[in-house]
Design a protein around this ligand. Sequence first.
Ligand SMILES: Cc1ncc(COP(=O)(O)O)c(C=O)c1O
Length: 422
Amino acid sequence: MSKTRSKIVSDINKNLNKYYKDYNKNFNYGITLSEPSYDEKEAKAILKNFLNGNISQGKNVKLFEKNFSKNIGCKYGIATNSGSSANLLALTALKNIYKLKNDDEVIIPASTFATVAMPIIQIGLKPVYVDIDLETLNLSIKELKKAITKRTKVIMPVHTLGMPADMKAIIKIAKNKKILVFEDCCEAHGASIDKKKVGSFGIISAFSFFVAHNITTGEGGMILTNNRKIYDECLSLREFGRINQNKLHSKRYYSDKKIKNYDKRYVFTKIGYNVRMTDLQASVGVIQTKKMDKLNKLRAFNAKFLDNLIKKNLNKSFITTKYIKNYFNSRYTFPLIIKKNCKYSRKSICNFLEKNKIQTRPMMGGCLPDQPGLRFEKGRSVGKLKISRYIKDNCFFVGVHPLVRKEQMIRMVKLLKKFLNE
Ligand SMILES: Cc1ncc(COP(=O)(O)O)c(C=O)c1O
């Protein structure tokens, strides 16, 4: 780089330091649902890689995959452009490798995000909707047992809003019945059971780095696995279905009956996608991974503080999710479940909070088989999905991200106490 350009970059970097020093000064009394926990490090990484031309998938993606998979406790990582793509790729890999047939069943919680169910349908498998537990908002083990048939090939627990699903029970059931376990960890980076992080229990797992999530690359996702075959399959599926690129440099040319000495980069061995992450995003992911465990502790601290406040002050109106010994809930957001005898609807409570600059959201997909885009699609519901339907109408969540302060949570609870006459 020329002296002039080096000087310009150095000046920009100095200004970025100043920018982020000033960033957090103004106290905002409202609560946002999420904020990226960025500082000058992420901004500098983007600038450096942009100026160096590292803009599509490259060395930063490899480094992000290595560091993130190590943090979670898995051997291989495959970065993607979103958590939804990670789910699509992971399910396709399982279908290809384990030769699943169309209409084979994948068990999922009924109350979760839409792209847990959608990729299952997109690749010809069938989602089986199972109710959740009110205490954890996760897959009910009792209902899961009822759901299993000869066609059950995959159990796909979701660690809802950072709360680990009961992986010991799920793995035990799956092992006995020879069913694959695919963990959707899109909302649960760094959550753990007995210090073992979610995403390292099943044969494969998926994460999202969308802007609202515990660590973020803007958009982004990652698949983790310890299984070499699954890893190779995912790499190929991620890039147009082309021949395993790990072997690219050992033997550059491919030949068979119909293709002779053809550059391996252009040999496609299966039907694939292009769902790659860019190096710009991955450069941010590398820095975010380093911060992840610390950021999660701040979330857990905020959640505990808010949980205590709610238990003390709003006990007549709300239930909060359970604390389980040796479970670390990484608190993507904080759910409030409205009690049956509360006179106020979710709509009125959320409108009140929003007017006071406290952002809220319902439990995402609510009860998935009730969604307009899913209700006429392939799928089977187990039982009446009573809790999922209750949650669909009576639950919302608020932010407890690292930038939320105690004063803001105290203000929110005071406002609610007055509004709800508690
Ligand atoms: C459980 C779950 N799975 C999958 C996704 C999809 O992730 P993305 O938004 O990165 O596509 C989300 C999104 O928040 C989610 O909550």
